[in-house]
Design a protein around this ligand. Structure first.
Ligand code: G4F
Length: 351
């Protein structure tokens, strides 16, 4: 059994999901260990509010240098900490970039999973493992997609994620590890990386309003995605590791919208006419695109008792308010109001 108060988390912690998960686990009393990659610039802005002086014995967040391409280091960290739960969120996670650097993507996003699983197996014990699997694995399988839908991946990233998914299952079946796959559809927030399309759009609106940006260049506006609010997805990850048995579950909103709709809603919320600012640049089109991705979350609803509260238009408002504030502007405030109403005591730091 996992003792949540003593529980230890291990994962790439500097990304959107890692930082929210650290917020969440620490709010539950966990001691959290995160792996960060060495960089010459600071890359910890999303977790700075959680981090204290490591000399202080009471500090419950510890960071370790490591890289998913370095199996020995991963193994050392797992061996030395002996975590109760491992949330494997690290990856080269940008789909378009994976076409440019397929070998690196496969090394980190695919083989990285194997390195962690092998280290867990070597350490022994009853650790629980969460694999961040992705809706991208469904590729061109028609919507809605659920746990039975075949994978038809369309990028080096998605193919690498299928490898990770299968490995997580394989270690469960062959070695009886508690290993679960969360097949998450797109999930966004003010902490989303700036090159993913939603954040690129909401930041552009703030940039245009503050005269720091003139135009927004995008690729395929007809792409359809199922977009949810990231903090809610992090709770689903945790719930999966608290179940009696390991499972594979689809997590999403069940509602899909085009990139064009995201653009229209974002610009109109900020009082701008998108046709004045949005241009198409072919470099943002992918050599192969996925089809329409829409989650069928019946199984997660039943098993996890999880369903998302934030809908598409609300997500847009939450993200625009945050980016306007970051740009020193006064936001319309509807997004802030939605958060106040839906989450009385949020466990995360609201950006
Ligand atoms: O925001 P995106 O880059 O996200 P994508 O490719 O759906 O992948 C994200 O979600 C997955 C599912 O959770 C994760 F596995 C993955 O790691 C990542 O977090 O692109 C969304 C859509 C695509 O269809 C893309 O073609 O937006 C379209 N798009 C149009 N113009 C653009 C742009 N995407 C980006 N990044 N930049 C553009 O200018």
């Amino acid at each position: 059994m996992v003792d949540n108060r003593e529980g230890v988390n291990h994962g790439h912690i500097t990304g959107q999901d890692g930082s929210y998960l650290a917020d969440f686990l620490m709010s539950k009393g966990y001691e959290v260990h995160g792996i960060i990659r060495r960089a010459s610039t600071f890359n910890t802005s999303r977790i700075d509010h959680l981090y204290g002086d490591p000399h202080d014995q009471k500090v419950r967040l510890r960071l370790h240098y490591g890289d998913l391409s370095d199996g020995e280091q991963i193994s050392n960290v797992i061996y030395n900490i002996g975590p109760d739960e491992i949330y494997h969120l690290g990856a080269q996670s940008h789909v378009n970039v994976s076409f440019e650097i397929p070998e690196y993507t496969a090394n980190v996003t695919a083989i990285g999973v194997l390195r962690v699983l092998q280290s867990m197996r070597g350490k022994g014990g009853s650790m629980r493992f969460y694999q961040a699997s992705s809706s991208e694995m469904f590729g061109v399988s028609p919507p809605p997609q659920n746990e039975e839908t075949p994978f038809r991946p369309r990028s080096p990233y998605a193919i690498s994620k299928v490898f990770g998914y299968e490995m997580a299952k394989h270690y469960r079946e062959a070695y009886h590890l508690f290993s679960s796959n969360g097949i998450l559809f797109n999930h966004e927030s003010p902490r989303r990386g700036e090159t993913f399309v939603t954040r690129k759009i909401t930041r552009a609106v703030a940039g245009i309003l503050s005269s720091r940006q003139k135009l927004l260049y995008l690729g395929n506006l007809d792409a359809k995605r199922d977009w949810g609010y990231a903090p809610e997805y992090v709770e689903a990850m945790w719930k999966m590791l608290q179940l009696g048995e390991p499972v594979d579950l689809v997590v999403g909103t069940g509602e899909a919208h085009t990139v064009r709709e995201f653009v229209e809603r974002t610009f109109s919320y900020a009082g701008l006419e998108h046709t004045d600012y949005v241009k198409i640049d072919s470099r943002y089109f992918r050599p192969t695109e996925t089809g329409e991705l829409v989650a069928d979350t019946s199984k997660a609803k039943k098993i996890l008792k999880w369903s998302p509260k934030v809908r598409f238009e609300e997500l847009v408002k939450i993200m625009v308010d945050a980016d306007m504030r970051k740009a020193g502007l006064q936001p319309p405030g509807e997004g802030d109001e939605i958060l106040r109403k839906k989450f009385v005591n949020p466990w995360w730091r609201v950006d």
